[in-house]
Design a protein around this ligand. Sequence first.
Ligand SMILES: Cc1ncc(COP(=O)(O)O)c(C=O)c1O
Ligand SMILES: N[C@@H](CCCC[NH3+])C(=O)O
Length: 414
Amino acid sequence: MNPFQYRDNELYIEELPLTEVAAQHGTPLYVYSRQAIETAWHGYADALKDHGMVCYAVKANSNIGVLNLLARLGSGFDIVSVGELERVLTAGGDPSKVVFSGVGKQVDEIRRALEVGIHCFNVESVAELQRINEVAGTMDMQAPVSIRVNPDVDAKTHPYISTGLKQNKFGIDINSAEQVYALAASLAHINVIGVDCHIGSQITDVTPFLDALDRLLALIDRLAGKGIQIRHLDLGGGVGVQYQQDEPVVSLTDYVQQIVSRLGARALTLIMEPGRSIVANAGVLLTRVEYLKQNDEHNFAIVDGAMNDLIRPSLYQAWQDVKPLQLRTGTSHTWDIVGPICETTDFLAKGRQLVIEQGDILAIMDSGAYGFTMASNYNSRPRVAEILVDGQQTHVVRRREIFADLIAHEYLIE
Ligand SMILES: Cc1ncc(COP(=O)(O)O)c(C=O)c1O
Ligand SMILES: N[C@@H](CCCC[NH3+])C(=O)O
């Protein structure tokens, strides 16, 4: 479902012209579509049916309004910090549907997660397993755990977002997994319930997912042979999204059917932790052209948005489409869309064929995932507002920061 459509040369989100949203709330601005988020979530829930649970990966977009939408749908959540846990709770999420991933869980994070009763910890090392056992012991509890196994599968995605290879810090080597499960089963305050893996993000071919699945199922069978019964299988993040029109789209129904057919008679519940594919295509970053500047080789459109607002292009050379909110007629030129930050890597897009003028507003498409959540205050730039559109209604789900917010926790020397 694409909520962004041109009508009479004006770009709309759902039932609203984006120029109206920008006029009301200023730029730069993140704008999300409620319908698109809900439709994407239902895509997973419908494909999984009663085979399992969707645990939305909060890191993709952790806005409380967005989490609240998903909590209302009954979603579970994948978190990587106590901060994300508090967001989920504030948004009305059910702690018993929360899985806790991440390689560096701290004692207070483990304690809080046990206190609120999360579904399980996805454990990434022996040292972490021992720490969880100790903390649960001090609380006289048993901690539900799943071991995150690193299956050594090449996800064929950008090397910075590939996580399931031996050279990546994530998970426990599949070759030592049985030993670690045996240890976990022997610990007094650990309750082994699952197997987990996450091989990377923005994967647009199901083959690496299915290769990882085959390795995990073989492990689950070996564990059963040793008397360790696994109840759930967590396959990690969701499928990749289309940033460019010629990129492949994975059918979730086919993907889940292939998983289910491989499960065979095993009594396993599935968990999926999609982030990007729930929110990426549902959001845009709006940015205004402040100046146009040309030399004999390059045309620069200097905009008010920057790498601190959306770092994906600078960090991963990620390509995201750029659409003017109002289409102009005239001769197009090739533009680099650059921000005001003092870094050469401060660009949102390069080499785009556009007809633009100073003052125009551009939408950086597909910015709903890993957009605002990766934003910073670099160059003392306040983080921008986030707006959720629902039909013709707009909800401010985060107000724009002001200078006072930036210095609120800083002090002069005494
Ligand atoms: C452990 C874990 N689960 C889920 C996700 C979400 O992945 P995606 O946004 O590709 O669906 C990530 C991010 O890559 C992750 O690290
Ligand atoms: N932040 C990355 C994805 C990382 C996923 C987190 N493990 C991106 O924008 O593509």
